[in-house]
Design a protein around this ligand. Structure first.
Ligand code: HEM
Length: 329
């Protein structure tokens, strides 16, 4: 009897707490404690034949701003331009404190672009956007860079044709093309037949970590992962470290060459994202003598580069090689 009473009381508390949280958020399907709306999400993904279609169903049912609970974490979707503009552009400062998966936060220590928050994140984001703009992103210059890359890629295909026939795997083609553009912005070097293995190594490191990672890891506290899944946790942490070490090795070399005076950077004309960052790092070092006060550090740069690869590669490849864009209509 006591156990039943205890169980009912706990259940009532959990349900009331969930209800109180839900009340403060935009509408959405009824959520359950702990699992949130996962069950409805799975059901509607199956029913409407895709996750995008499932979200579209929720939008039609609950309006342009709705809440979906991904397990115990509420996720507010904003689907119209005016509200997005209002929230993220006009009131961007109010939304600087975002939810970060505890595991990511633990690994990055609030460094980088994807897994950082607050002032540090806002500063890196501001810098990255500015540096990208000066490298040509959002302007004709970027289009030119991409066209140069595509021309070079097509010449390689022509050169490898046998009896006038070439076999091209679309996703690998876009993979390396996108990787090459990203790398040429980051460190000023594209991938060709001679150094293509470097790109394949980066891709393999990211793929290996993605295979280890599940949605479950997004929400659970770090102590839980350490206690119950110690080897997977260690492998994931090591995986991120390996990725960051690999993708930032040229930045480290560039830093050494700048420091030793072997190859100074022209402050008026940085040739890559990394060069722009190193200039900023030097500038900040002159202003702030204590390292803990500085936002621009080599440790932070390693995370920034890792995050740019992570956020830029697969998203762009998947979009460019989507068959619905490629097939003739
Ligand atoms: C078609 C291609 C792309 C798509 C669909 C895409 C989509 C997105 C989305 C939806 C987010 C927001 C994620 C969130 O809710 O936090 C995001 C963030 C981000 N994207 Fe992209 N992206 C693309 C290409 C790129 C490229 C090429 C880069 C850079 C090389 C990039 C860098 C970033 C970064 C750094 C963030 C994190 C920003 C932050 O948290 O402040 N993305 N992207």
């Amino acid at each position: 009897m006591f156990l039943v009473l205890l169980f009912s009381t706990c259940l009532a508390i959990i349900i009331v707490r969930q209800y109180l949280k839900v009340r403060k958020l935009p509408p959405g399907p009824t959520s359950l404690p702990l699992i949130g709306n996962i069950h409805q999400l799975v059901y509607h993904t199956w029913r409407h034949k895709g996750i995008v279609e499932a979200f579209d169903y929720f939008r039609q049912t609950y309006g342009d701003v709705f809440t979906i609970w991904l397990g115990p974490i509420p996720h507010v979707s904003i689907c119209d331009y005016e509200t997005s503009q209002e929230v993220f552009v006009k009131n961007g400062n109010k939304y600087k404190d975002r939810f970060l998966p505890p595991l990511f936060e633990h690994i990055s220590g609030n460094l980088g672009l994807v897994s950082a928050n607050g002032e540090n994140w806002a500063e890196m984001r501001r810098f990255a956007l500015g540096a990208f703009r000066s490298m040509g992103v959002g302007r004709d210059l970027m289009e030119e860079r991409i066209m140069v890359e595509l021309d070079a890629r097509c010449s390689e295909i022509d050169a490898s044709s046998i009896d006038g026939t070439s076999v091209v795997h679309i996703s690998s083609f876009f993979d390396i093309t996108v990787g090459s553009v990203i790398n040429s912005i980051l460190v000023g070097k594209r991938y060709d037949e001679h150094n293509k293995q470097e790109f394949l190594d980066i891709k393999a490191l990211f793929d290996a970590n993605a295979d280890l990672f599940t949605v479950f890891d997004l929400f659970v506290p770090v102590w839980f992962l350490k206690k119950f899944f110690p080897s997977r946790f260690e492998r994931f942490v090591k995986g991120v470290e390996n990725i960051n070490n690999y993708v930032s090795r040229e930045a480290m070399e560039r830093y050494e060459k700048m420091r030793s005076g072997e190859c100074p950077i022209d402050p008026e004309d940085p040739q890559s994202f990394v060069e722009a960052y190193l200039l900023k790092l030097e500038e900040e070092e002159k202003k702030l003598k204590e390292e803990p006060d500085r936002m621009y550090t080599m440790k932070c740069l390693r995370f920034v580069i890792g995050d740019l690869w992570l956020a830029g590669q697969d998203t762009t490849t998947t979009t460019s090689s989507d068959e619905s864009y490629l097939s003739p209509t």
